[in-house]
Unconditional design. Structure first.
Length: 117
């Protein structure tokens, strides 16, 4: 079972940061960061607040559940979601239908199938 340390390590790798870099963001030395990730020490609220500001999904780190924020999205995914949210409600159905068609085509391509359209 993964704990806070494992999830913190996962978030650090997702953000492509070294232990030293994430420790600096959180205001701690690299040995403290290492201890957090090993699970021998727990981060405090100031650390968690600082790393959250740089994109760490702190809810995930603490609970194992991803937050409803966009922290785990790539730039392209975040832009797509932002555009969707700005779209009038009556046009969102069209976006959903188009995305389903493209997703099905992508799945077919990955499975070596051909798709006509």
């Amino acid at each position: 079972m993964s704990g806070i340390g494992d999830r913190l390590l996962e978030e650090r790798k997702r953000l492509k940061l070294s232990q030293t870099a994430l420790g600096e963001i959180g205001g701690v030395h690299s040995n403290a960061q290492r201890n957090y990730e090993k699970g021998t020490r727990s981060p405090d609220a100031a650390y968690l607040s600082a790393v959250a500001a740089k994109g760490v999904d702190v809810l995930y780190v603490l609970t194992g559940r991803r937050s409803a924020t966009d922290a785990s999205l790539t730039t392209d995914e975040a832009a797509l979601l932002d555009n969707y949210r700005k779209t009038p409600q009556e046009r969102r159905r069209t976006i959903a239908e188009v995305s389903q068609v493209y997703a099905a085509a992508g799945k077919a391509e990955r499975n070596g199938e051909t798709c006509s359209g």
